[in-house]
Design a protein around this ligand. Structure first.
Ligand SMILES: NC(=O)c1ccc[n+]([C@@H]2O[C@H](COP(=O)([O-])OP(=O)(O)OC[C@H]3O[C@@H](n4cnc5c(N)ncnc54)[C@H](O)[C@@H]3O)[C@@H](O)[C@H]2O)c1
Length: 372
């Protein structure tokens, strides 16, 4: 199969869909790879690294879309890219179609087959192509929160780990899932006094069993959340209710009871945010102040560490990418229900029920399409 990787054109996106390592593996499987010149530059992969493993370098996105049977990307195709997709072409990338009727219509009109990273499953209730980005955002959260706490940035001027004779920062992490666990580990590693709040007892049992020595757990009742927010130097919002907007766990009124200059890091901002006063910010202007409390609410945190994020995403997509290239999408999806769950659009039809429900579009049964 000819696999194509264009340069990402969405603003502030520096990741790339295919690493030189992934290109090498695909070529090793007998496929050919065409990469747009400069596609990997934002993540630190020069054209030469792709050439060295046998990939072809193309001068333009048009050339890549024209030549490739499968397009591998990171972000959803932008309007100009959607015009270049064609019938029978395979698209493998993040799509997030439910809130995006325009993109959905364009993909259906193109006749392409689109497999969305975010709906591929792992058979254990997890989303293996979303998890790496949650891991990155979780590990970044205490790092950006520590920066936000610095005096010059409007923060309390508190050092995460303290020093001999001076206690550490108090950090509360609300939500102990993939983001929360990684945030808590890093914050604890920086020497902070960390408490993770969650509403799932099995999750807290797991956290307590595995990390009991490095951070505490607490049930996320409204009362506990209020109390811990009053004492915290930093609160990291890391909750997720699948398919729903994030619940608002700290109200504006509560800000006046918090320590002046405390930092709120709302990782859940991509789901609307879990603090009432959260509004999405960008890497260019990441923080703002409300009632003396500093807010960090960047919606695409992994973009700050594009190289790590690209490699992490590439590791997770690689087995699916190889299966799609080796077997063709139909057989690969027929043999793997987790990959089939990624199928969102095929031959002008929508194939993912939740997107159909959100947009009021009839859905074709994906299983029926592949004879599974
Ligand atoms: N900003 C970014 O760049 C970025 C990047 C990756 C993920 N995210 C977001 O981070 C959030 C967390 O993602 P995740 O992968 O860790 O999800 P996850 O499903 O692994 O974990 C969510 C946790 O929240 C807990 N929870 C749900 N409701 C709660 C409540 N009311 N109080 C306390 N805990 C509650 C759940 O029990 C679960 O343990 C999501 O909104 C996700 O979209 C943002």
């Amino acid at each position: 199969m000819k696999i194509g990787c264009p340069t990402e054109i969405k603003p502030q996106e520096f990741r790339v869909g295919l690493t030189p390592n992934a290109a090498q593996e695909a070529i090793g499987h007998g496929h050919s790879v065409i990469v747009q010149s400069g596609a990997g530059a934002g993540a630190g992969f020069e054209d030469e690294a792709y050439r060295a493993v046998g990939a072809e370098i193309a001068g333009s996105a048009e050339e890549v879309f024209e030549a490739a049977e499968m397009i591998v990307k990171v972000k959803e195709p932008q309007a100009g890219e959607r015009k270049m997709l064609r019938e029978g072409q395979l698209l493998f990338t993040y799509l997030h179609l439910a809130p995006d009727p325009e993109q959905t219509r364009d993909l259906m009109a193109s006749g392409c087959t689109a497999i969305a990273y975010e709906t591929v499953t792992d058979g254990k209730g997890g989303l293996p192509l979303l998890a790496p980005m949650s891991e990155v955002a979780g590990k970044l959260a205490p790092q950006v929160g520590a920066w936000t706490l610095q005096k010059a940035n409007g923060g309390r001027g508190v050092l995460m780990g303290g020093v001999p004779g001076v206690g550490p920062a108090k950090v509360a992490v609300i939500g102990g899932g993939v983001v929360g666990i990684h945030a808590a580990r890093v914050a604890a590693g920086m020497g902070a006094d960390v408490t993770v709040l969650d509403r799932s007892l099995p999750r807290m049992r797991y956290l307590d069993d595995v990390f009991g020595g490095s951070f505490k757990t607490m049930f996320a009742s409204a009362g506990n959340t209020e109390e811990i927010a009053r004492e915290a130097d930093m609160v990291i919002g890391a909750v997720l209710i699948p398919g729903a907007a994030a619940p608002k766990l700290i109200s504006r009124a509560q800000l006046s009871e918090m320590k002046p200059g405390a930092a709120l890091v709302d990782v859940a901002i991509d789901q609307g945010g879990c603090f009432e006063t959260s509004k999405a910010t960008t890497h260019a202007d990441p923080i703002y102040e409300v009632d003396g409390i500093m807010h960090y609410c960047v919606a695409n945190m992994p973009g700050a560490v594009a190289r790590t994020s690209t490699i992490a995403l590439g590791n997770a997509t690689m087995p699916f990418l190889l299966a799609l290239a080796d077997k063709g999408w139909k057989q690969a999806c027929a043999e793997d229900e987790n990959l089939l769950n990624g199928l969102n659009v095929h031959g002008g039809k929508l194939t993912y029920a939740a997107v159909g429900e959100a947009l009021g579009i009839d859905v074709e049964d994906a299983k029926g399409l592949v004879g599974a």
